[in-house]
Write a protein that binds this ligand. Structure first.
Ligand SMILES: NC(=O)c1ccc[n+]([C@@H]2O[C@H](COP(=O)([O-])OP(=O)(O)OC[C@H]3O[C@@H](n4cnc5c(N)ncnc54)[C@H](OP(=O)(O)O)[C@@H]3O)[C@@H](O)[C@H]2O)c1
Length: 329
């Protein structure tokens, strides 16, 4: 099969190779997917680049990418034969395994292979996995959000945009922060009730005016825990939850213990790759419902053929896109 891979970590252009690899065979309990599109996540390029000094190869040869979409072409067990021919999206293809979605074929445990309705393109389906599951967990891990105020920082990011949609669907009033006009457009299209520019707006004043109280934000889905902590501490309601999934700018923030305990606050750390099966299944079910009912929308910013995977990685690493980068195969 056609595939992209790396055998050492480093810059995309230096380590990503293209060529032919043996076709995988599905083991019992697995499905073989003919991949049509594969979405790239920050964790894919971070793993390939050896981010934060993680330059050891967990396997001698790695086909990157956790997420993708395509068609089931074979089953590893007779009881899974009924799924052959199904359009699907899949998640965490490369988690603890060497061969991910940047190839013509990938073999995966059945539960990681979810139905994709005809109305959703393969590129859109390839955008779901890691970001949509992370978003679902951040929004709902601490219970329903009906009638609550949810703040989604970085509301035009891949995770943030899905978080807005889950929170709205869950009955919350949703505030999103962005830093550019095109991001504001995307966050509004996702359903945010209030969109504020984190660089030019007075966030504290804007949020207080929207919620009508000093501390009215019940839940924060946070892409930048350390960088946003100051605003968080001014907004968070008593018994509020900060569900955070990244803190790239300030990885070792000083946590203000007494102000947080005074609020009886919860700081929830979400790492999709460590979520238990129940959380994964709940997220997959909610995503499936959103796809079938048509309320889950996607933002695909750029498409590259597999042959240009290095460019695709570089574009995502640049961090200026609004939406997902997808390779087509
Ligand atoms: N824990 C997990 O399970 C998990 C899952 C998925 C992703 N992640 C991590 O989460 C991060 C985002 O992933 P993604 O796929 O959503 O990336 P993305 O599509 O590039 O989105 C990141 C968003 O964060 C915004 N942002 C950056 N700093 C911000 C700040 N201080 N306040 C508000 N917004 C800010 C960016 O906007 P600007 O243009 O304004 O900077 C951008 O819209 C990455 O570090 C990724 O590795 C973690």
């Amino acid at each position: 099969m056609k595939a992209a891979w790396y055998e050492r970590k480093g810059p995309a252009r230096e380590v990503l190779q293209l060529g032919e690899r043996p076709d995988p065979a599905p083991a019992p309990g697995e499905l073989l997917v003919r991949v049509r599109a594969s979405g790239i996540n920050p964790s894919d390029w971070k793993a390939r680049a050896g981010w934060l000094g993680r330059d050891q190869m967990p396997f001698p040869l790695i086909i990157p990418h956790q997420d993708g979409a395509g068609e089931v072409v074979a089953a590893g067990s007779p009881e899974l034969e009924h799924r052959v021919g199904e359009r699907v999206w899949f998640y965490e293809a490369a988690l603890g395994r060497p061969f991910g979605g940047a190839a013509e074929y990938v073999a995966l445990p059945e539960r990681q292979v979810q139905p994709l309705p005809d109305s959703v393109s393969f590129e859109e389906g390839a955008s779901l996995g890691v970001p949509a599951m992370t978003a679902h967990r951040c929004v709902f891990a601490d219970g329903p959000v009906t009638g609550k105020v949810v703040l989604v920082t970085g509301g035009a990011g891949a995770v943030g945009r899905y978080a807005i949609q889950f929170a709205k669907q869950g009955g919350a009033r949703v505030i999103a922060t962005v830093s550019r006009e095109e991001q504001a457009r995307s966050a509004k299209a996702a359903g945010a009730d209030l969109v504020l520019n984190r660089l030019t707006d007075d966030l504290v004043a804007g949020i207080r005016a929207f919620v009508g109280t000093e501390r009215g934000v019940h839940r924060i889905v946070d892409v930048a825990f350390g960088a946003n902590l100051d605003v968080t501490m001014q907004m968070l309601a008593p018994r509020g939850v900060v569900a955070t999934y990244a803190s790239d700018a300030i990885p070792d923030p000083a946590v203000p213990f007494w102000p947080l305990i005074t609020l009886d606050a919860t700081i929830r750390f979400v790492l999709v790759y460590v979520m238990d099966e129940t959380a994964h299944d709940a997220a997959a079910a909610a995503i499936g419902e959103g796809l079938r009912q048509g309320w889950l929308s996607h933002e695909v910013a750029a498409r590259f053929p597999l042959e240009r995977i290095a460019e695709a990685h570089e574009l995502l690493e640049g961090g200026r896109l609004v939406g997902k980068v997808v390779v087509t195969i």
